[in-house]
Design a binder for this molecule. Structure first.
Ligand code: IMP
Length: 178
């Protein structure tokens, strides 16, 4: 086990690289089995999912495409407060099978909003693939099709995930030490 320091917080190894790789390969196998022949468009949500997306894509065996989007947060005028706007999707997704690739589903609010935004663009089907889910924190109903790993509520970094912009470069996933 190794311990790292990022700003004011200390983290310890939680999910080693080998286990991440194994679960990512399993998810890719499931996608290969389910979506072959659909020419899916993978929509990777930056920044957190860049490593997961790259490793996942290496295992896919069907013809497929990938696009990268960002969700820009701004304070909305609606009562819900934070609104996240989808930036960067130039592709026409009408009639297409779309797979959203996320790093982590926490409350699920981000994902729900993203699904609704994409649905308005007329795809044939929307699937969700996420590296991690914190099931105990889910606040909304979501049909998550592909999950590499379920984790407890604790804050994690590494393998694309950050604490205040730092920590994305680590190969393993680390959990915060209280
Ligand atoms: P949600 O809308 O609550 O599901 O939040 C999802 C987003 O919160 C993810 O895409 C991450 O950017 C961020 N997030 C949630 N939990 C963590 C964590 O433990 N570490 C780093 N980022 C996290």
């Amino acid at each position: 086990m190794s311990v790292i320091q990022i700003k004011d917080k200390r983290f310890k190894t939680f999910i080693p690289e080998e286990q991440i790789m194994k679960e990512v390969a399993r998810v890719a196998d499931e996608i290969n089995r389910d979506l072959s022949g659909t020419n899916p468009l993978f929509i990777s949500v930056l920044n957190g999912s860049f490593m997961f997306t790259a490793d996942l894509m290496k295992h896919l065996t069907m013809p497929c495409e990938v696009s990268f989007v960002k969700l820009a947060s701004y304070e909305g005028t609606s009562s819900t407060g934070k609104v996240k706007e989808l930036v960067g999707l130039g592709d026409d997704i009408t009639g297409r099978t779309v797979v959203i690739v996320e790093d982590i589903v926490d409350t699920g609010l981000t994902m729900k909003q993203l699904v609704e935004t994409l649905r308005a663009r007329g795809p044939k089907d929307i699937k969700i693939a996420t590296l991690l889910v914190k099931p105990d924190k889910l606040k909304v109903e979501l049909d998550i099709n592909y999950v590499a790993m379920n984790i407890p509520n604790d804050f994690i970094v590494g393998y694309g995930l950050d604490y205040d912009g730092l920590g994305r470069n680590y190969r393993d996933i680390y959990t915060v030490i209280e």
